[in-house]
Design a protein around this ligand. Structure first.
Ligand SMILES: [Zn+2]
Ligand SMILES: [Zn+2]
Length: 739
């Protein structure tokens, strides 16, 4: 089998804000051979005999690593092949005489299933930069370096360890090479240099304050309404400001730590100069470290939620109004911060920022000298995958902080990383250059899944900022995160919604209970649960659930919208319900066509077509098939659509003609026209005869009366069915109040 490489797409750099793009390689047309191993890395190797006295195992002698293997090289070349090292257990055993195997085994710090985990080393593109044509045309064009990613094939749905990278250790001042971590404490000069480089090279793109400075007329205008509270690190007290000053925001998780909170009773003391200093010993460690770091970086102000927002829980007081005002501005607070410090180490607010104080972190870095020419080192965990292991990334509140800030400093796994709109820099890798076009941190690297030695396809990481425009993706990601208090379910995303409303939506769109109204009310109603949906609890004072059934906030599960759904207004269909927000915005008023159908168990969908999201447990299928209330032909019950509902409806099922069918009929209303069934609902969608499809809602009638004679209903679930299934249904329109 000849080795043929397909060059990667040349010079591909995404325009700012562009969506994830997969670079296509047309493997199937090119490789028809059948006598090749299934995975590229699993190729037969002509290994020399093992000789423990040589310091390298047979594989690593054959691999013959040299510094030049890591580049720099022209970007258009093919990647070298992947290397299979054996299972973790085999690698660890060879570690007693091979220093590379030893490094790999030690760096797999979270290994599960050591006997099954197949370890593969892949070359991946790392830093990409451009040299402009000049005197030296030999050097112009796009260049890149490579690094080795060590990873494993998934076992089930999980990788047996977190992938990490090996890079060559550079000499002082050498770019695009590994760098020694300073043990015990962060290198403050390095961290300051990142801020300086970002300010000089990127300016207002990475800082609202700098942007505002460049537009003279807006300097005096108020940014916050009426104000935000900041900790003044010079006067050591809380101050209230409505104008924009350079400040640091802290993003962290409270966890189980006892968090000092500013309360109605303490606010006056904290406002007095020196007042914060008196209480500082009571603050959790992450907060104290962040204050210290902000000051060392030259900032006078820092914003920390538990200190800057009055935290009393009682309703209807002045302070509660203050809390609501401040929470409403949280989106802006993170968006306008000059820097967001992210405390992503540990489980709670006492974890601290490792390395801010001397001796508070361990150096996990390991180096191996291969030759006089090359020393390789491991980077703790491939950034930003390291974040996926943190509690911080699981929490609901931190979602908007992650999306809205423009400049971050992450403390994770005893390493500091810097990320802004244009660059990603880490303590353990030198990449501070204004010409940086792309780096490994921007890519998702896959295995080569095909019978050839074609390098793995490269996918760019989704640009978080881009998602700002995409309400369906935002809600999908946000609802997968955990909220300690389910009553924060809307508060935690309100900041983002406020920001995107101002930037991307028309005047007509407001967000109510986390849901878009106006022209986006119709598509907004079509969210689906990923797990069995459970209704949120009842608010005792109001005597009804905290949020209505038509909002995803009214249920306690992760939700999603159709993958790639066209989330836009569509108000044309003949069967389309007429929907508007009622005078009490808990209720929607609607006039809709009603019909009766039965549920049955028949799954025609493809479960794998449900878009994957991080950290979602395997779903218990809560999808049902829909069939006619009365069988028109007397034969098998026809599958006419599907719907997502709670598990409880199965109790009403009986066996009938070898199918499980509900004894009772259920009421449905038509919401709007749909394009088609998605693959997750009907796998043969592409081949089935063309039949028009409608979005439907199954409803439950409530006992209590609605306003102006409307019948009060709740959402049981939303699904899709064939429109012609309604042809035999009595033409009946009703006015409802949906709560
Ligand atoms: Zn080895
Ligand atoms: Zn920047």
């Amino acid at each position: 089998m000849p080795l043929t490489y397909i060059p990667r797409d040349l010079d591909y750099v995404p325009p700012p804000g562009q969506e994830v793009t997969r670079i296509e390689t047309h493997h199937d047309d090119l490789f028809q051979a059948t006598d090749v191993p299934l995975r590229a890395w699993n190729r037969p190797l002509d290994l020399p005999p093992e000789d423990p006295t040589l310091g390298l195992c047979a594989r690593h002698r054959l691999m013959d690593l040299k510094r030049s293997d890591f580049g720099p090289r022209r970007f258009s070349q093919q990647l070298p092949p992947e290397w299979y090292l054996g299972t973790y257990t085999e690698v660890a055993a060879r570690g007693s005489w091979c220093k590379v195997c030893q490094l790999v085994a030690e760096a797999c710090d979270d290994i599960a299933w050591p006997d099954e985990a197949d370890i593969v080393m892949s070359w991946i593109g790392d830093v990409r930069w451009r040299k402009k044509a000049g005197h030296d045309d030999e050097l112009s064009g796009t260049w890149e370096t490579l690094r080795l990613r060590v990873r494993s094939v998934m076992i089930g749905r999980a990788p047996p360890f977190t992938p990490f990278d090996l890079v060559p250790l550079g000499r002082e001042g050498e770019l695009f090479q590994g760098r020694c971590l300073k043990e015990g404490q962060i290198d403050l000069d390095r961290v300051r240099a990142w801020l300086k480089c970002c300010r000089e090279w990127h300016g207002g793109e990475c800082s609202h304050w700098m942007k505002q400075q460049s537009v003279s007329e807006s300097i005096t205008s108020a940014t916050f309404d009426p104000f935000i509270r900041l900790i003044d690190l010079e006067e050591n007290c809380l101050v209230e400001r409505s104008d924009l000053v350079p400040y640091v925001a802290l993003s962290y998780v409270w966890g189980r730590a006892t968090v000092f909170k500013t309360r109605e009773e303490t606010i006056d003391e904290l406002r007095k100069p020196g007042g914060v200093l008196e209480k500082k010993a009571l603050f959790p460690r992450s907060l104290r470290d962040a204050m210290t770091l902000a000051q060392r970086l030259g900032y006078r102000y820092i914003w920390i939620d538990s200190i800057c927002i009055i935290q009393n829980d009682d309703t209807d007081t002045y302070q509660n109004l203050d809390k609501r005002h401040q929470i409403g501005q949280m989106g802006k607070i993170y968006q306008y911060a000059d820097l967001t410090i992210v405390a992503a180490s540990g489980e709670d607010a006492n974890a601290g920022l490792p390395g801010v104080e001397p001796g508070t972190r361990l150096g996990k870095q390991k180096e191996v000298k291969i030759s006089d020419d090359l020393t390789i080192m491991n980077r703790s965990v491939a950034w930003p995958d390291a974040l996926l292991r943190t509690t911080w990334e699981e929490r609901g509140w931190t979602y908007q902080e992650r999306i809205l800030s423009l400049r971050y400093m992450y403390f994770v796994d005893d390493t500091v990383h810097f990320q802004c709109q244009r660059a990603t820099w880490s303590e353990d890798f030198a990449a501070e250059s204004p010409d940086l076009a792309l780096s490994a941190a921007d890519q998702v690297v896959d295995f080569s899944h095909i019978p050839s030695e074609v390098p793995p396809p490269i996918e760019l990481r989704p640009n978080l900022k881009f998602q700002l425009k995409r309400y369906p993706e935002l809600v999908g990601q946000y609802t997968c995160r955990n909220m300690t208090f389910i009553t924060d379910r809307v508060n935690g995303i309100q900041g983002i919604l406020n920001v995107i409303k101002d930037h991307f939506f028309s005047q007509d769109v407001e967000f109510v209970h986390g849901m878009p109204t106006g022209e986006l009310l119709h598509p907004g109603l079509l969210w689906r649960p990923r797990l069995e949906p459970k209704r949120i609890h009842v608010d005792e004072k109001k005597g009804r659930p905290v949020w209505p059934s038509w909002s995803w906030a009214g249920w306690t599960v992760p939700v999603y919208y159709d993958y790639g759904a066209d989330f836009s207004a569509n108000n044309t269909g003949r069967y389309q319900a007429n929907i508007s927000l009622g005078p009490d915005p808990y209720f929607l008023h609607l006039r809709a066509r009603v019909g009766r159908f039965r549920l049955m168990i028949e799954d025609r969908g493809n479960e794998d077509a449900v878009p994957p999201l991080p950290r979602v447990r395997p779903t218990r299928l809560t999808r049902y098939a829909i069939t006619h209330a009365t069988n028109p032909d007397g034969g098998d019950e026809e599958w006419i659509g599907s719907i997502w509902l709670t598990w409880s409806y199965r109790r009403k099922f009986v066996e009938h003609q070898l199918k499980l069918i509900s004894r009772v009929t259920q009421e449905f209303i038509i919401l709007s026209d749909a394009d088609k069934f998605e693959r997750e609902e009907l796998v043969e969608a592409s081949t089935a005869e063309k039949r028009a499809v409608v979005n439907v809602m199954m409803i439950e009638r409530k006992e209590d009366p609605g306003t102006d004679g409307r019948v009060r209903i709740e959402r049981a679930g939303v699904g899709r069915m064939y429109r012609d299934a309604w042809d035999g249904v009595e033409e009946k329109w009703e006015r409802f109040e949906l709560g």
